[in-house]
Ligand binder design. Structure first.
Ligand code: ADP
Ligand code: MG
Length: 223
């Protein structure tokens, strides 16, 4: 069965890309054909005639299916700013239909498509729609990356509520330790486990080298 996951996070910079790449690596190690997708990327360098975003490069490095860049990353903007503002500056309206078509292309090439959102779950994409609408349009189960630092419980529970309010299934959540010095990490994890019904897929510690292969050792992908 063709399927995929939508990776969201409690914020930007919480480890969505690292965890998405680790999940891709996990699926690939389990013998699945897997590809990453970054529907909307803000922040890119012009290299060899193409606009390349760092997240896209990382997702591609973990994948075992080579897919066209236009499908992996249908929207790319140079400045690292809010996507709907970047789009507006570029005179473009982000279309969910175009992203759906690119996803369908990827789903033809792979068994699993791991889609990384941008920022958090309610980041706007255009005047009317946001990242949550995109997850709903794609009809994918969501995996929430919780960046473990002070304030994360509130952000995690707000995000879970938003996911549920869109009628989406939460396939699980991953704790990513962004603050290695976080006091009472275990107590915070216990609180999240108690309040989030979906499975805790793993806790990734602060790694010396943020390598997706290493991060994958701490995850149980929902295979
Ligand atoms: N567990 C970790 N250990 C070490 N570095 C991490 C870890 N998680 C994330 N990072 C680093 O933090 C930064 C933000 O992570 P990233 O996956 O790009 O977040 P997001 O995709 O949510 O913006 C990156 O430089 C990444 O390498
Ligand atoms: Mg990212």
């Amino acid at each position: 069965m063709k399927r995929g996951y939508f990776i969201t996070g409690t914020d930007t910079g919480v480890g969505k890309t690292l965890i998405a790449a680790a999940l891709i690596h996990g699926f690939a190690s389990a013998g699945r054909r897997v590809v990453g997708m970054k529907p909307v990327a803000a922040g890119a360098e012009f290299t060899d005639g193409q606009w390349l975003n760092e997240d896209v490069l990382q997702l591609r490095a973990a994948a075992n299916v080579d897919a066209p860049l236009a499908s992996v990353n249908p929207y790319v903007f140079a400045p690292p700013i809010a996507p709907h503002i970047a789009a507006s500056q570029a005179g473009i309206t982000i279309s969910l239909d175009r992203i759906k078509a690119a996803f369908a292309d990827l789903a033809e090439l792979a068994d699993v498509v791991v889609v990384e959102g941008a920022g958090g779950f309610l980041v706007p994409l255009n005047d009317r729609q946001d990242m949550g609408d995109l997850a709903a349009e794609l009809g994918l189960p969501v995996i929430l990356v919780v960046g473990m630092r002070l304030g994360c419980i509130n952000h995690a529970l707000l995000t879970v509520a938003a996911i549920e309010s869109r009628g989406l299934s939460l396939a699980g959540w991953v704790a990513n330790v962004v603050d290695a010095e976080m006091p009472y990490l275990e107590e915070n994890l216990a609180t999240l486990r108690q309040r989030i019904a979906a499975p805790h897929l793993g806790t990734v510690p602060r790694l010396a080298d943020a390598d997706f292969r290493q991060a994958a050792n701490y995850l149980q992908p929902p295979l």
